[in-house]
Design a protein around this ligand. Structure first.
Ligand code: GLN
Length: 491
């Protein structure tokens, strides 16, 4: 209907408020992550395997906490209060990181981890509350939101990367903090416009004193603050993380199987299909997240950053490229999927998952081949670095946004929020494995300044990641018919 179309396509203004709040939050999140490993290795003088282990633990915990933050929001706090609380913790964390003292490092990260658990899943859920489930604008709202995430990530990567690497590491962390506070202010002022959306499920229960003047709400906040020193302890004893992640992973899989076997046949197989895809996504992130780890150091040591007379800052380049490609390529994919769909040729969700591995594998092989032709000076050309990321990000766009909507379609309605938490938790396992893979690329202290000698340490593993990823993709292609059968009517 021509008359109604423009009205019904317009997004509610609250979406733009959430878009900007999340955009600035991701600015700070990725701005800080861009600096993390290089800061540990070059400033704190951690040996490389330790740097990778701490990075992996940090990122793993960052993506584990949304399971708890999501649960707390669903049961008690509601989305709005959770986002506000999470935003405050994250702001504190970023500011603590900016303090140039040794103790501040682990505490800053611990605050960010807890804050992210409350912020990240719940701001996405708030976007969902703006639309009914069958509203055709819902998908496009999430695409726009994903764009906001990546605009923030691109700007944060460039600016914090530059300031941290070239001017002062703590200014870089501080800059991230300023933008987190900006995101928090956008949300604090804008949240009134959400009216009744995202309020606590039972305000009276939340506000009722349990003892003296202490309410359930206070208890949740206090319990979260108590988690912070525990996380700091985990960083000091990071070997424990192996057991923690293994245990939590096993628990998550057992939980999904337990739920699945209580469901009727159709729903059971849908959930099993989701499980297979969620488990495979852990491997995707394990390879992909080399971006925030080994590829940062690779960019500093082994990529020729000269560009028309400029000497580009390596951390900025490496952290700008993925979100930069996402922004550009999302536009292409937004056109490509419907175009294929009209011709009846749109790949099914499991096929897209398989393709994501193959594309990412090709990207890593581009990095590897560039290493092989750069043996004489040890520096790969910038264009090859850019081209490799092109394929990696085509892979990301076949799995990351697709996975979000896959979860909402295949999970039984009652546990969608929790399953979303588990989807992010798959990233946590992936990030943790990424740290382990990254440490295989540790370069010995005495050759870090010699590109010719450091190059093979990367090339040998980049090669294996590329081939491994393509292998997994091929394996998944073989599984596609089975998974599709399990998915029934869902594409
Ligand atoms: N880059 C996306 C984000 O920050 C997805 C991250 C993930 O799921 N690991 O939201």
């Amino acid at each position: 209907n021509k008359l109604e179309a423009p009205v019904s396509r317009k997004h509610p203004r609250q979406l733009y408020m959430l878009f900007f709040a999340e955009m600035w939050e991701r600015f700070s999140f990725y701005g800080m992550k861009a600096l993390l490993l290089a800061y540990m290795v070059t400033q704190l003088k951690f040996d490389e395997p330790k740097g990778y282990a701490i990075l992996g633990s940090y990122a793993a915990l960052v993506y584990t906490m949304p399971m708890f933050g999501g649960m707390m929001a669903d049961r008690f706090l509601g989305y709005r209060r959770s986002v506000l609380f999470g935003g405050i913790l994250m702001s504190i964390g970023h500011l603590v990181l900016a303090i140039p003292e040794d103790w501040s490092f682990f505490y800053g990260m611990a605050f960010i981890i807890c804050g992210n658990g409350f912020f990240k899943p719940n701001i996405s859920s708030l976007v969902g509350t703006l639309y009914s489930n069958n509203d055709p604008r819902k998908d496009s709202a999430f695409s726009l939101f994903y764009m906001g995430i990546n605009i923030g990530a691109a700007l944060g990567g460039i600016l914090c990367g530059y300031v941290g690497e070239r001017i002062n590491w703590h200014y870089g962390f501080g800059l991230a903090g300023i933008f987190m506070i900006l995101g928090l202010i956008v949300f604090a002022i804008g949240k009134k416009s959400l009216l009744e959306k995202g309020l606590p499920p039972d305000e009276a229960y939340l506000k009722k004193p349990r003892f003296a003047f202490v309410t359930t709400e206070h208890i949740i906040y206090a319990a979260t603050l108590l988690v912070i020193p525990v996380i700091v302890l985990l960083f000091h004893q990071y070997e424990v993380m192996d057991y923690l992640m293994f245990g939590l992973g096993l628990a998550a899989i057992s939980y999904i199987l337990f739920v699945a076997f209580q469901l009727e046949r159709g729903a059971k197989f849908k959930l099993l299909a989701a499980l297979v895809m969620i488990v495979s996504s852990t491997l995707f992130w394990a390879f992909y997240e080399q971006n925030a780890g080994s590829l940062n150091l690779f960019a500093m040591r082994n990529v020729d950053m000269h560009f028309f007379g400029f000497d580009l800052p390596a951390l900025s380049v490496n952290n700008f490229l993925p979100p930069g490609w996402v922004i550009l390529l999302s536009l292409v994919f937004a056109w490509l999927w419907p175009w294929l769909s009209k011709r009846g040729k749109e790949p099914s969700t499991p096929l897209k998952f398989a393709l994501s591995f193959i594309l990412m594998g090709v990207g890593f092989l581009v990095f590897y081949l560039a290493c092989s032709i750069s043996k004489s000076n040890g520096l790969i050309p910038l264009w090859a670095f850019v081209a490799g990321y092109f394929f990696v990000i085509c892979g990301e766009l076949c799995i990351s946004p697709i996975g979000l909507s896959m979860v909402t379609k295949l999970a039984p309605a009652k546990i969608v929020a929790l399953m979303m938490g588990i989807w992010f938790f798959a990233s946590a396992i992936g990030e943790f494995m990424a740290g382990k893979i990254g440490s295989l690329m540790s370069v010995p202290e005495n050759v870090v300044n010699d590109p010719v000698q450091s190059l093979p340490y990367y090339a040998n593993i980049l090669n294996k990641i590329g081939l491994g990823s393509i292998g997994i993709g091929v394996l998944l292609i073989c599984l596609v018919p089975v998974i599709r059968r399990w998915m029934k009517d869902v594409k």
